[in-house]
Design a protein around this ligand. Structure first.
Ligand SMILES: Cc1cc2nc3c(=O)[nH]c(=O)nc-3n(C[C@H](O)[C@H](O)[C@H](O)COP(=O)(O)O)c2cc1C
Length: 190
């Protein structure tokens, strides 16, 4: 099965998005960060619950430093240069009563995150998601409730030279992006 149409048909903002690690010193304008967050809100969600919440912070702020302090040691060396962070949080229960579990909340937060990433890509802004952070510490620092679950910290910024990165990040940055061929993931297509 030859199913690779990607060169011709996939839009640039998707094809060109990647989780880069080398951030320049350029700040992200407040409005641009808001645009990326607002773009995320146009993602689909079951029952239009929109179970996403964020904490956003620009470099140089107290909130930025708090978020930085939650990152796992493997992420800090490169992520500390990000121009901004967005912590994405999922509300795990339905808004109608705040008790019933929302079975698709995490799915929908992923859609929100992906939509922000595509908007960022279209704006020339890197969005690098991280699961490698201390979620309990995040809950504590930001006084999150039982039903607010931090899922990712996204590092944002503008791309800089790969030479700025220490190893092993430099090698990772230079490695080609690979994907499973789609005939491996399509279980049926008639
Ligand atoms: C939920 C999630 C958690 C991730 N956690 C980390 C992380 O802690 N550190 C990191 O460097 N990259 C992390 N990544 C980035 C992935 O490694 C990256 O998306 C994947 O290798 C594909 O590369 P691409 O985004 O450049 O296409 C994470 C991505 C997702 C979606």
């Amino acid at each position: 099965m030859s199913l690779s149409n990607s060169e011709t048909t996939i839009i640039g903002a998707i094809k060109n998005r990647w989780s880069a690690r080398s951030f320049s010193e350029q700040a992200i304008a407040k409005n641009d960060l808001l645009t990326i967050i607002e773009a995320g809100t146009w993602a689909f969600s079951a029952m239009n619950e929109q179970p996403w919440q964020v904490i956003a912070a620009h470099k140089g702020t107290e909130t930025y430093n708090k978020i930085l302090s939650t990152l796992m040691p493997g992420n800090t060396p490169w992520a500390q240069h990000a121009a901004a962070f967005i912590v994405t949080i999922v509300r795990t229960t339905l808004s109608k009563d705040g008790i019933t579990a929302n079975g698709t909340a995490e799915h929908d937060l992923g859609a929100f995150n992906a939509t922000m990433a595509i908007q960022g890509s279209a704006m020339g802004i890197i969005t690098h998601p991280m699961g490698g952070f201390d979620k309990n510490k995040t809950k504590e620092i930001f006084n999150l409730s039982e039903t607010q679950k931090p899922m990712a910290v996204i590092a944002l910024g503008y791309l800089d030279s790969v030479d700025k990165l220490p190893e092993p990040y430099k090698t990772r940055e230079l490695s080609p992006r690979v994907r499973k061929p789609i005939n491996e993931i399509i279980l049926g297509h008639e």
